[in-house]
Design a protein around this ligand. Structure first.
Ligand code: R5P
Length: 298
């Protein structure tokens, strides 16, 4: 999906995925932009080609996913197509910044996938906007202006009707996000200490906060295997919490995550549609639109 910001007539049509059409419409309204479409053609050998029929001669925001991997090729082709169609600058709006957790070489000889990918993106797009990236450091791999906007206001709104007494982060790194949500809900925040034993298994040590009889929301950036959220949920229920809600910007939901969360006793799940899925109930469009607006003019 493409938008021409401002003065130009509508440019293109809808993205193939339904949920992105809704994201695009909401962004277009927030940005006062004209929605347009990128067509993606698949060849018999599986290769892809993006095509933009409209003539562009302006600054364009391209809303595109980077997950699953095949979308990365589409995004690169769509950036190139925008330039072929005449766009002066391309701002790539990516709801979920894939590979951000691969932010360094952990062992000798390991590639830094985020670096390789974001450099490739910056060879094709001028600016990058995303929502709640795993760390803001990885944005530095994109060689141009970037913004990591946050969906905290929308997550807090979605938690607002649930009578949350306190908000917990599952580890210290997520404490800032949990505190922001707590401030919006007018309640207290704390964090747990997480120790990761394997890709799926983590354990938690106690928070100072007394959660007995409380409704507690755990807030994180990503739910992947669900190991973090399920361990935190168990920990809080063991500590006497009455209900545990979990909220995250990105619902990756790797295989087995649903069962892990169910088995742990999660009462309610709040995730945005930055990654498409049945469980997504909160739109990432306002955050993306805020991100685009906060960039300096091209
Ligand atoms: C880690 O630092 C992240 O913030 C998340 O806590 C983590 O990626 C969640 O992964 P999982 O659901 O597999 O525990």
């Amino acid at each position: 999906m493409l938008f021409a910001i401002g003065r130009h007539p509508p440019l293109m049509h809808l993205a193939r995925a339904r949920h992105r059409a809704a994201t695009a419409e909401a962004m277009a309204e927030a940005l006062d932009a004209d929605p347009a479409t990128v067509e993606v053609q698949r060849f018999p050998d599986g290769e892809r080609l993006a095509r933009i029929e409209a003539r562009l001669d302006d600054h364009v925001v391209l809303l595109h996913d980077l997950r699953p991997d095949e979308r990365i090729v589409e995004a690169l082709s769509a950036c190139d197509a925008a330039r072929e169609a005449g766009a002066e600058t391309v701002t790539l709006a990516v709801p979920y910044l894939a590979y951000a957790r691969q932010d360094r070489s952990f062992e000798h000889g390991e590639g830094v996938t985020s670096r390789a990918l974001y450099r490739a993106l910056s060879a094709n797009a001028d600016r990058l906007v995303t929502v709640d990236p795993h760390t803001s450091d990885v944005l530095g791999f994109f060689e141009g202006p970037t913004v990591g906007a946050t969906a905290v206001p929308e997550l807090a709104d979605a938690l607002g009707d649930h009578g949350v007494d306190s908000v917990l982060a599952p580890d210290e790194g997520a404490r800032g996000r949990a505190s922001d949500v707590a401030e919006r809900l007018g309640c207290s925040a704390d964090h747990l200490e997480k120790t990761r034993h394997s890709a799926e298994e983590v354990s938690m040590t106690p928070a100072a906060l007394d959660v007995a009889g409380e409704t507690v929301a755990i807030v994180d950036d990503i739910i992947s295997t669900g190991g973090t959220m399920s361990a935190a949920t168990r920990h809080l229920l063991d500590a006497g919490a009455e209900r545990v809600l979990v909220a995250a910007t990105h619902g990756v939901f790797a295989e087995g995550a649903d069962k892990r969360l169910d088995d742990a006793g999660v009462d309610e799940l709040v995730v945005t549609d930055a990654i498409d899925g049945d469980r997504a109930t909160v739109s990432c469009a306002p955050a993306l639109a805020r991100g685009v607006r906060s960039l300096p003019s091209p």
